[in-house]
Design a protein around this ligand. Structure first.
Ligand code: ADP
Length: 318
Protein backbone atom coordinates (compact mmCIF):
# COMPACT_ATOMS: atom_id res chain seq x y z
CA UNK A 1 0.00 0.00 0.00
CA UNK A 2 2.91 2.31 0.75
CA UNK A 3 6.34 2.08 -0.75
CA UNK A 4 9.07 4.42 0.41
CA UNK A 5 12.17 3.90 -1.66
CA UNK A 6 15.48 5.35 -0.65
CA UNK A 7 13.99 8.60 0.59
CA UNK A 8 16.20 11.33 1.99
CA UNK A 9 15.32 14.82 3.10
CA UNK A 10 17.59 17.60 4.29
CA UNK A 11 16.80 20.97 5.78
CA UNK A 12 19.83 23.02 4.91
CA UNK A 13 22.66 21.08 6.55
CA UNK A 14 20.39 18.92 8.70
CA UNK A 15 19.82 15.48 7.26
CA UNK A 16 16.39 14.71 8.69
CA UNK A 17 15.68 11.54 6.72
CA UNK A 18 18.55 9.50 5.42
CA UNK A 19 17.99 6.83 2.76
CA UNK A 20 14.85 5.35 4.27
CA UNK A 21 13.12 2.36 2.73
CA UNK A 22 9.77 1.19 4.04
CA UNK A 23 6.94 -0.89 2.64
CA UNK A 24 3.53 -1.16 4.28
CA UNK A 25 1.04 -3.84 3.37
CA UNK A 26 -2.73 -3.37 3.43
CA UNK A 27 -4.27 -4.39 6.74
CA UNK A 28 -1.16 -3.65 8.80
CA UNK A 29 -0.49 -1.37 11.74
CA UNK A 30 3.07 -0.13 11.92
CA UNK A 31 4.49 2.11 14.58
CA UNK A 32 7.28 4.49 13.68
CA UNK A 33 9.12 4.88 16.95
CA UNK A 34 12.01 7.22 17.60
CA UNK A 35 13.32 9.93 19.86
CA UNK A 36 12.59 13.57 19.19
CA UNK A 37 14.32 14.70 16.05
CA UNK A 38 14.63 11.19 14.61
CA UNK A 39 12.96 12.28 11.37
CA UNK A 40 9.54 10.71 11.87
CA UNK A 41 7.47 13.80 11.08
CA UNK A 42 9.64 14.64 8.12
CA UNK A 43 9.13 11.17 6.72
CA UNK A 44 5.35 11.34 7.16
CA UNK A 45 5.18 14.81 5.60
CA UNK A 46 7.21 13.52 2.69
CA UNK A 47 4.73 10.69 2.19
CA UNK A 48 1.75 13.03 2.08
CA UNK A 49 3.55 15.28 -0.37
CA UNK A 50 4.15 18.30 1.83
CA UNK A 51 7.89 18.26 1.41
CA UNK A 52 10.36 17.84 -1.36
CA UNK A 53 12.74 14.97 -0.94
CA UNK A 54 15.03 12.63 -2.78
CA UNK A 55 13.85 9.13 -3.56
CA UNK A 56 10.49 7.69 -4.53
CA UNK A 57 7.21 7.21 -2.72
CA UNK A 58 4.25 5.25 -4.05
CA UNK A 59 0.80 4.92 -2.54
CA UNK A 60 -1.29 2.08 -3.85
CA UNK A 61 1.24 1.83 -6.66
CA UNK A 62 0.76 5.49 -7.64
CA UNK A 63 3.25 8.33 -7.26
CA UNK A 64 2.40 9.96 -3.95
CA UNK A 65 2.00 13.51 -5.22
CA UNK A 66 -0.73 12.74 -7.74
CA UNK A 67 -4.39 13.38 -6.99
CA UNK A 68 -5.32 9.71 -7.29
CA UNK A 69 -2.73 8.74 -4.67
CA UNK A 70 -3.80 11.54 -2.35
CA UNK A 71 -7.36 10.31 -2.43
CA UNK A 72 -6.14 7.12 -0.76
CA UNK A 73 -4.47 8.84 2.16
CA UNK A 74 -5.64 10.24 5.46
CA UNK A 75 -3.20 12.27 7.51
CA UNK A 76 -3.42 13.37 11.12
CA UNK A 77 -0.64 15.92 11.65
CA UNK A 78 1.28 16.37 14.86
CA UNK A 79 -0.20 19.81 15.42
CA UNK A 80 -3.91 20.18 14.74
CA UNK A 81 -4.28 22.85 12.11
CA UNK A 82 -7.78 24.15 11.87
CA UNK A 83 -9.48 27.15 10.41
CA UNK A 84 -10.39 29.47 13.28
CA UNK A 85 -13.47 30.71 11.43
CA UNK A 86 -14.93 27.36 10.47
CA UNK A 87 -17.02 25.30 12.84
CA UNK A 88 -16.44 21.65 13.61
CA UNK A 89 -19.10 20.49 11.19
CA UNK A 90 -17.87 22.92 8.51
CA UNK A 91 -14.42 21.38 8.74
CA UNK A 92 -15.94 17.96 8.19
CA UNK A 93 -18.02 19.22 5.26
CA UNK A 94 -14.95 20.83 3.75
CA UNK A 95 -13.14 17.50 3.76
CA UNK A 96 -16.20 15.74 2.38
CA UNK A 97 -16.38 18.20 -0.50
CA UNK A 98 -12.66 18.14 -1.20
CA UNK A 99 -12.64 14.35 -1.35
CA UNK A 100 -15.97 14.35 -3.21
CA UNK A 101 -17.49 12.08 -0.59
CA UNK A 102 -21.09 11.05 -0.97
CA UNK A 103 -23.24 9.68 1.84
CA UNK A 104 -20.65 10.72 4.38
CA UNK A 105 -23.13 12.08 6.93
CA UNK A 106 -23.45 8.89 8.92
CA UNK A 107 -19.67 8.39 9.03
CA UNK A 108 -19.33 11.99 10.10
CA UNK A 109 -21.89 11.57 12.86
CA UNK A 110 -20.25 8.38 14.10
CA UNK A 111 -16.79 9.92 14.21
CA UNK A 112 -17.95 13.05 16.01
CA UNK A 113 -19.89 10.93 18.50
CA UNK A 114 -16.95 8.60 19.10
CA UNK A 115 -14.69 11.53 19.88
CA UNK A 116 -17.33 13.38 21.88
CA UNK A 117 -17.59 16.27 19.46
CA UNK A 118 -21.20 15.73 18.48
CA UNK A 119 -22.37 18.46 20.83
CA UNK A 120 -19.59 20.79 19.65
CA UNK A 121 -20.51 20.85 15.98
CA UNK A 122 -21.17 24.58 15.96
CA UNK A 123 -18.01 25.54 17.79
CA UNK A 124 -15.38 27.38 15.78
CA UNK A 125 -11.89 26.03 15.34
CA UNK A 126 -10.41 28.59 17.70
CA UNK A 127 -13.02 27.83 20.36
CA UNK A 128 -11.85 24.26 20.77
CA UNK A 129 -9.48 23.12 23.48
CA UNK A 130 -6.21 21.55 22.41
CA UNK A 131 -7.63 18.09 23.00
CA UNK A 132 -10.79 18.85 21.04
CA UNK A 133 -8.70 20.18 18.17
CA UNK A 134 -6.74 16.96 18.16
CA UNK A 135 -9.94 14.92 18.16
CA UNK A 136 -11.33 16.93 15.25
CA UNK A 137 -8.05 16.54 13.42
CA UNK A 138 -8.36 12.76 13.81
CA UNK A 139 -11.96 12.86 12.55
CA UNK A 140 -10.84 14.84 9.50
CA UNK A 141 -8.14 12.31 8.73
CA UNK A 142 -10.54 9.40 9.02
CA UNK A 143 -13.61 10.78 7.29
CA UNK A 144 -12.47 9.93 3.74
CA UNK A 145 -12.04 6.27 4.80
CA UNK A 146 -8.43 6.25 3.67
CA UNK A 147 -6.67 3.09 2.61
CA UNK A 148 -3.45 4.50 4.00
CA UNK A 149 -3.68 6.32 7.31
CA UNK A 150 -0.75 8.29 8.70
CA UNK A 151 -0.89 9.65 12.22
CA UNK A 152 1.83 11.81 13.72
CA UNK A 153 1.91 11.54 17.52
CA UNK A 154 -1.87 11.14 17.60
CA UNK A 155 -2.22 10.37 21.33
CA UNK A 156 -0.65 13.62 22.48
CA UNK A 157 -3.28 15.86 24.04
CA UNK A 158 -5.99 13.22 24.11
CA UNK A 159 -7.81 12.19 27.28
CA UNK A 160 -7.80 8.49 28.25
CA UNK A 161 -11.27 7.92 26.86
CA UNK A 162 -10.30 9.35 23.48
CA UNK A 163 -7.06 7.33 23.47
CA UNK A 164 -9.08 4.17 24.06
CA UNK A 165 -11.55 5.09 21.31
CA UNK A 166 -8.73 5.87 18.90
CA UNK A 167 -6.93 2.59 19.57
CA UNK A 168 -10.11 0.60 19.02
CA UNK A 169 -10.85 2.48 15.85
CA UNK A 170 -7.34 1.96 14.51
CA UNK A 171 -7.54 -1.78 15.10
CA UNK A 172 -10.91 -1.86 13.37
CA UNK A 173 -9.52 0.06 10.38
CA UNK A 174 -6.55 -2.27 10.20
CA UNK A 175 -8.85 -5.27 10.22
CA UNK A 176 -10.81 -3.67 7.37
CA UNK A 177 -7.63 -3.55 5.29
CA UNK A 178 -6.27 -0.08 5.98
CA UNK A 179 -2.49 0.31 6.16
CA UNK A 180 -1.71 2.42 9.22
CA UNK A 181 1.51 4.17 10.17
CA UNK A 182 1.66 5.87 13.57
CA UNK A 183 4.62 7.93 14.60
CA UNK A 184 5.39 8.34 18.27
CA UNK A 185 8.21 8.79 20.73
CA UNK A 186 6.15 7.40 23.62
CA UNK A 187 6.49 3.63 23.77
CA UNK A 188 3.73 3.15 26.34
CA UNK A 189 1.16 4.80 24.11
CA UNK A 190 1.37 2.08 21.48
CA UNK A 191 2.39 -0.93 23.52
CA UNK A 192 -0.70 -3.03 22.84
CA UNK A 193 -1.32 -1.65 19.39
CA UNK A 194 1.44 -2.47 16.99
CA UNK A 195 1.93 -5.36 14.59
CA UNK A 196 5.26 -4.08 13.41
CA UNK A 197 7.59 -1.46 14.80
CA UNK A 198 10.13 0.55 12.86
CA UNK A 199 12.64 2.38 15.03
CA UNK A 200 14.19 5.52 13.59
CA UNK A 201 17.13 7.45 14.89
CA UNK A 202 19.03 10.32 13.29
CA UNK A 203 17.05 9.98 10.09
CA UNK A 204 17.72 6.28 9.59
CA UNK A 205 15.75 3.13 10.17
CA UNK A 206 17.61 1.27 12.90
CA UNK A 207 15.30 -1.66 13.45
CA UNK A 208 12.25 -3.15 11.87
CA UNK A 209 10.53 -5.84 13.89
CA UNK A 210 7.22 -7.61 14.08
CA UNK A 211 5.62 -8.28 17.42
CA UNK A 212 6.23 -11.97 16.92
CA UNK A 213 9.90 -11.70 16.02
CA UNK A 214 10.57 -9.38 18.90
CA UNK A 215 8.86 -11.78 21.27
CA UNK A 216 10.99 -14.60 19.90
CA UNK A 217 14.11 -12.55 20.53
CA UNK A 218 13.14 -12.31 24.19
CA UNK A 219 13.31 -8.53 24.25
CA UNK A 220 10.64 -6.02 25.01
CA UNK A 221 10.12 -3.09 22.71
CA UNK A 222 11.43 -0.81 25.40
CA UNK A 223 14.62 -2.85 25.74
CA UNK A 224 15.14 -2.80 22.00
CA UNK A 225 14.49 0.91 21.83
CA UNK A 226 17.00 1.72 24.54
CA UNK A 227 19.56 -0.72 23.18
CA UNK A 228 19.41 1.20 19.93
CA UNK A 229 19.14 4.73 21.21
CA UNK A 230 21.33 4.47 24.29
CA UNK A 231 23.66 1.61 23.47
CA UNK A 232 23.22 -2.09 24.07
CA UNK A 233 23.67 -3.57 27.55
CA UNK A 234 26.43 -5.76 26.10
CA UNK A 235 28.41 -2.66 25.36
CA UNK A 236 28.27 -2.75 21.61
CA UNK A 237 27.97 0.39 19.59
CA UNK A 238 24.66 2.02 20.20
CA UNK A 239 23.33 2.31 16.73
CA UNK A 240 25.59 0.43 14.46
CA UNK A 241 24.85 -2.29 12.00
CA UNK A 242 24.65 -4.92 14.69
CA UNK A 243 21.06 -3.98 14.93
CA UNK A 244 20.66 -5.43 11.50
CA UNK A 245 19.54 -8.55 13.32
CA UNK A 246 16.29 -6.75 13.88
CA UNK A 247 15.68 -6.18 10.23
CA UNK A 248 13.44 -9.12 10.06
CA UNK A 249 10.54 -7.46 8.39
CA UNK A 250 12.32 -6.01 5.44
CA UNK A 251 10.99 -6.87 2.04
CA UNK A 252 13.51 -9.07 0.27
CA UNK A 253 14.35 -6.44 -2.29
CA UNK A 254 15.77 -4.20 0.41
CA UNK A 255 18.05 -6.75 1.94
CA UNK A 256 18.25 -5.04 5.29
CA UNK A 257 19.72 -1.89 3.88
CA UNK A 258 20.51 0.55 6.62
CA UNK A 259 21.24 3.70 4.76
CA UNK A 260 24.19 5.36 3.16
CA UNK A 261 26.19 8.42 3.90
CA UNK A 262 24.37 11.63 4.69
CA UNK A 263 23.72 13.72 1.66
CA UNK A 264 23.92 17.45 1.82
CA UNK A 265 21.26 19.02 -0.32
CA UNK A 266 20.76 22.57 -1.31
CA UNK A 267 19.41 24.84 1.39
CA UNK A 268 15.85 24.25 2.36
CA UNK A 269 13.61 26.75 4.03
CA UNK A 270 11.58 26.09 7.10
CA UNK A 271 8.72 23.87 6.22
CA UNK A 272 5.22 24.60 7.20
CA UNK A 273 3.07 21.63 6.52
CA UNK A 274 1.26 22.37 9.75
CA UNK A 275 -1.48 24.54 8.43
CA UNK A 276 -4.67 22.78 7.57
CA UNK A 277 -2.75 19.96 6.08
CA UNK A 278 -5.51 17.48 5.66
CA UNK A 279 -4.54 17.76 2.04
CA UNK A 280 -7.77 17.52 0.12
CA UNK A 281 -6.61 15.89 -3.06
CA UNK A 282 -8.13 18.31 -5.49
CA UNK A 283 -6.47 21.22 -3.83
CA UNK A 284 -3.02 19.86 -4.21
CA UNK A 285 -2.76 19.28 -0.52
CA UNK A 286 -2.68 22.92 0.37
CA UNK A 287 -5.56 25.10 1.29
CA UNK A 288 -3.88 28.34 2.05
CA UNK A 289 -3.79 30.31 5.23
CA UNK A 290 -6.55 31.39 7.51
CA UNK A 291 -8.47 34.56 6.74
CA UNK A 292 -7.15 36.03 9.94
CA UNK A 293 -4.87 35.10 12.72
CA UNK A 294 -3.44 31.78 11.68
CA UNK A 295 -0.91 29.94 13.70
CA UNK A 296 2.49 31.60 13.94
CA UNK A 297 4.04 29.04 11.67
CA UNK A 298 1.44 29.69 9.03
CA UNK A 299 1.76 29.54 5.30
CA UNK A 300 5.26 30.84 5.06
CA UNK A 301 8.06 28.44 4.54
CA UNK A 302 7.92 25.18 2.75
CA UNK A 303 4.65 24.58 1.07
CA UNK A 304 3.07 21.42 -0.06
CA UNK A 305 4.37 20.55 -3.43
CA UNK A 306 1.28 18.88 -4.85
CA UNK A 307 0.36 22.04 -6.69
CA UNK A 308 4.01 22.54 -7.62
CA UNK A 309 3.61 26.16 -6.72
CA UNK A 310 6.94 27.88 -6.25
CA UNK A 311 7.78 27.92 -2.58
CA UNK A 312 7.31 31.17 -0.77
CA UNK A 313 9.85 30.63 1.90
CA UNK A 314 13.06 29.52 0.37
CA UNK A 315 12.56 25.79 0.06
CA UNK A 316 15.15 24.51 -2.31
CA UNK A 317 14.70 21.41 -4.35
CA UNK A 318 16.02 18.65 -2.16
P1 ADP B 1 10.73 13.80 14.77
O1 ADP B 1 9.38 13.89 14.15
O2 ADP B 1 11.25 12.41 14.82
O3 ADP B 1 10.79 14.47 16.12
P2 ADP B 1 11.52 15.71 12.75
O4 ADP B 1 11.24 15.09 11.44
O5 ADP B 1 10.55 16.72 13.27
O6 ADP B 1 11.76 14.58 13.83
O7 ADP B 1 12.95 16.40 12.69
C1 ADP B 1 14.09 15.72 12.17
C2 ADP B 1 15.24 16.69 12.12
O8 ADP B 1 14.94 17.69 11.17
C3 ADP B 1 15.53 17.39 13.43
O9 ADP B 1 16.94 17.57 13.53
C4 ADP B 1 14.85 18.72 13.26
O10 ADP B 1 15.48 19.71 14.02
C5 ADP B 1 15.01 18.96 11.78
N1 ADP B 1 13.91 19.77 11.25
C6 ADP B 1 12.60 19.44 11.22
N2 ADP B 1 11.88 20.41 10.63
C7 ADP B 1 12.76 21.36 10.27
C8 ADP B 1 12.63 22.62 9.60
N3 ADP B 1 11.47 23.07 9.19
N4 ADP B 1 13.73 23.33 9.36
C9 ADP B 1 14.95 22.87 9.76
N5 ADP B 1 15.14 21.69 10.40
C10 ADP B 1 14.06 20.94 10.66
Amino acid sequence: MLQIRDVSKSYRKTVAVNHVNLHLAPGSLTVLLGPNGAGKSTLLKSVVGFLRYQGEIFIGGLPNKGVDAKRLVGFVPEMPSLYPNLTVIEHMELIARAYKLTNYQEDCRQLLTLFELDDKQKKFGDELSKGMQQKLSICLGLLPKPRLLLLDEPMVGLDPHAIKSLKELLLQKRNEGCAILISTHIIDSIEQLWDRCVIMQTGQVRADVTRETLWQSGQTLEQLFFAITEGSPEGGPSNGPQNGQFFNHMPPDMGGYMGGPPQGGPPNGPQNGQFFNHMPPDMGGYMGGPPQGGPPNGPQGERPTGSEAPPAGGEGQA
